[in-house]
Write a protein that binds this ligand. Structure first.
Ligand SMILES: [Mn+2]
Length: 323
C-alpha cells in the first residue's frame, strides 16, 4: 500500500524518531502528529530519549512518551521519521519488534544510507529536513496544517538547516518555510526559542573548552573534559551549541568537538565546512552516522586517544590518502 492510503486510513498511528533527538526529530513527529490529530486521528508520539530542554517549548513536547510499554490498543500504523536506521530507535524498536512485524511502517527520511526498512518509504537525501518533506506531504494529502503543526515543522527546518545556511537549503526549503509561516508559525518566536538557550554556566564551559582549541591542516578541534563540567557546574548537554561557534572560523575544512562522557567513551561531533570532507563517512568508520556536513560518533577511549584516532583518520581523508 502507498503512503497516501496508509496515512489517510490510519486511526491511531504511532510516530517515532531517533535517539539523541534533535529539532528535526522532535519537530517532525509533533508536526505530523498535530496535522493527523486535526484530521480526526489519535496519534501517539514517542522518542527513545527525552526531548532536549531547548525544544521543550514546542507544542505537544510534554506528551511525547519514552516507552511503548502500556501502549493503548488499536495502534494501526507506525511512522518512523528522520531515522536512518531502526536501531536508532533503541528500546522503542528493540523491545517491540513484534509490533514492527505486525503493523505497516512508513519510513520518511533524508539520511544517506537509509536501507528503506519501511512497508512504504519516502527517503530522499536531497531534502534539507524531514520537516520539509512533511510540509509537502501534509499539503499533498490535504491534511489540516494547523498553526501548532506549522511551528513544529518550522523548528525542524530551522535546526537541520542551521537557520537556512546549509548547502542543502534550496528554494524548495524556503517555499516550505514560507508555507509554514503562512499557516501560522511565528518565525521570530521560533527562532528566538531555538537560539537563545545558553545559560551562564554553559558559556563558562565554552570558555574553558575554547582554551583547548587547536588547528592544523584545515581542521579545528576542541575538547570538553569531565573536570571542566565540574569546574563550571555544567552538564554535558551545555556543550551543545559550542560546535556552531567553532564553525565560525574561516579557512577551515572540518571542525571536531570531543566530549569526555564519564563512562569511558568520548562523544565526537563533526562538521564539514567544504566539499572535500564527508564527515558521515568518518563517523561511520567509528560506528556513528549522520550527514555529509554534520555527523557524530562515540569512541571507546580516553580524550587523547579518541582525538588521535579520529583526527588521524580525518586528516588522511582530507588529504585524499587511503584511510
Ligand atoms: Mn533531519
Amino acid at each position: 500500500m502507498d503512503i497516501r492510503t496508509l496515512t489517510l486510513g490510519a486511526r491511531r498511528p504511532l510516530l517515532l524518531s531517533h535517539c539523541q533527538p534533535d529539532g528535526d526529530a522532535v519537530g517532525s513527529i509533533l508536526g505530523l502528529g498535530h496535522a493527523l490529530r486535526a484530521a480526526g486521528q489519535c496519534p501517539i508520539s514517542a522518542l527513545p530519549e527525552p526531548v532536549p530542554e531547548s525544544l521543550a517549548f514546542l507544542p505537544g513536547a510534554t506528551d511525547i512518551r519514552s516507552s511503548l510499554v502500556g501502549l493503548p490498543d488499536g495502534v494501526d500504523l507506525i511512522f518512523v521519521l528522520d531515522c536512518g536506521r531502526l536501531d536508532r530507535l533503541k528500546q522503542l524498536y528493540d523491545e517491540h519488534q513484534g509490533l514492527f512485524a505486525r503493523l505497516p511502517v512508513i519510513n520518511i527520511d533524508h539520511h544517506l544510507g537509509n536501507p528503506s526498512f519501511g512497508t512504504a518509504n519516502l527517503v530522499d537525501t536531497s531534502w534539507a529536513a524531514v520537516a520539509e518533506e512533511l510540509y509537502f506531504l501534509i499539503t499533498d494529502l490535504g491534511l489540516p496544517l494547523i498553526a501548532p503543526a506549522a511551528s513544529c515543522l518550522l523548528a525542524g527546518i530551522i535546526t537541520d538547516t542551521q537557520s537556512f545556511r546549509t548547502p542543502n537549503t534550496t528554494s524548495r526549503t524556503l517555499q516550505a518555510a514560507a508555507g509554514l509561516v503562512e499557516a501560522g508559525a511565528p518565525l521570530a518566536e521560533v527562532t528566538s526559542a531555538l537560539h537563545r538557550t545558553a545559560s551562564p554556566s554553559s558559556l563558562r564551559l565554552w570558555g574553558l573548552a575554547l582554551s583547548t582549541l587547536q588547528s592544523r591542516d584545515g581542521l579545528l578541534w576542541a575538547s570538553v573534559s569531565q573536570s571542566m563540567l565540574v569546574t563550571c557546574s555544567a552538564t554535558s548537554v551545555e556543550a551543545d551549541g559550542l560546535i556552531d561557534l567553532l564553525c565560525m572560523v574561516r579557512d577551515t575544512a572540518g571542525v571536531l568537538l570531543f566530549r569526555e562522557e564519564g563512562n569511558g567513551t568520548v562523544r565526537v561531533s563533526l562538521r564539514s565546512l567544504d566539499d572535500r570532507l564527508n564527515v558521515a563517512e568518518i563517523a561511520a568508520r567509528f560506528g556513528g552516522g549522520g550527514h555529509a556536513r554534520a555527523a557524530g560518533c562515540h569512541v571507546n577511549a580516553g580524550l587523547l586517544e579518541a582525538q588521535a584516532q579520529v583526527l588521524g583518520y580525518t586528516m588522511r581523508a582530507l588529504r585524499g590518502a587511503p584511510v
